[in-house]
Design a protein around this ligand. Structure first.
Ligand code: G
Ligand code: G
Ligand code: MN
Ligand code: NA
Length: 247
């Protein structure tokens, strides 16, 4: 079977599942939020997005699957609330999804029908998506849905948008963290974090793998960290024990 028809079948058979990766708040060393990351639970095992995301986008299949991803995330929030955990979920959204003229309406409706607090669903987009879909993202934000820039620092846009649009925060790209103790990287990182504070944006560091990185990011006043040091993306039942811990 061609990959495209396999993907169609996988959507129909609900073989796409979400893994969740915790984000640690450096304020209180608790987890209040996770990122949802798509996985294909295929008969040959778990398949990662680099194997299928490009094709899901080219074929527009990500549009319909995207709504299921929001539904699954909402259901997970409700399940965690029943266990006594109030956890936000950040959902990745690609530009193709925002091309759907009904995207804003559909997402707002899914959240409103669920009765969960709108602030519990966050959206992660890249800088390039932000520039292309400024109007729709503005409406989403006016509806109480928080918008975060993913992979911050790797796009081609100017910094001016940081003051023009309704952003809740940024996620600093992993490339700045990986070599953060190299002098220039450290100064860039320090400057991004300070700028975020001045603009009242939440700032999250991605790809934190060592205790030294964690300590230095706390020192720099970064709000949250995400990375293998805290937890890898995993099934909900494998990460939820972390929600009741101080790390
Ligand atoms: O899970 P992993 O770290 O391999 O994710 C790689 C990339 O795949 C992410 O950076 C993100 O851009 C994309 N991705 C993962 N999950 C989703 C999803 O649910 N929706 C969309 N649109 N993209 C996703
Ligand atoms: O592009 P986006 O930021 O949405 O995707 C996050 C990706 O980063 C996922 O594929 C996830 O598996 C990966 N990731 C998360 N934490 C770490 C980490 O600490 N190190 C590395 N190398 N990758 C990470
Ligand atoms: Mn992301
Ligand atoms: Na990223």
């Amino acid at each position: 079977l061609q990959l495209q028809s396999k993907l169609k079948n996988a959507i129909k058979n609900n073989e796409f599942i979400l893994f969740y990766q915790p984000k640690l708040s450096l304020n209180d060393l608790h987890i209040h939020s996770v990122e949802a990351l798509l996985r294909w639970n295929s008969k040959n095992g778990i398949v990662l997005p680099n194997e299928f995301m490009a094709l899901l986008e080219e074929t527009n299949l990500i549009t319909q699957l995207g709504y299921k991803i929001f539904e699954q995330s909402i259901n997970q929030i409700i399940a965690w609330q029943k266990m006594g955990f109030n956890i936000q979920i950040a959902v990745n959204v690609s530009p193709i999804q925002l091309d759907d003229p009904n995207f804003v309406e559909n997402v707002v409706e899914l959240i409103e029908n669920s009765k969960i607090d709108k602030s519990l669903i966050e959206i992660e987009i890249t800088e390039n998506t932000l520039i292309k879909h400024l109007d729709k993202l503005t409406i989403l934000n006016k509806n109480g849905i928080k918008i975060f820039i993913d992979d911050f620092g790797t796009g081609y846009s100017s910094l001016s948008y940081l003051k023009e649009i309704p952003l809740s925060g940024i996620k600093i790209d992993i490339s700045f963290i990986r070599e953060m103790f190299e002098k220039k990287n450290f100064e860039i990182l320090r400057t991004i974090i300070n700028l975020s504070k001045i603009l009242n944006l939440k700032v999250i560091a991605e790809g934190v793998e060592t205790k030294e990185q964690l300590r230095a990011l706390k020192e720099l006043n970064c709000d949250e960290v995400q990375g293998f040091l805290i937890a890898k993306p995993d099934l909900p039942q494998n990460i939820e024990y972390l929600f009741s811990q101080t790390l």
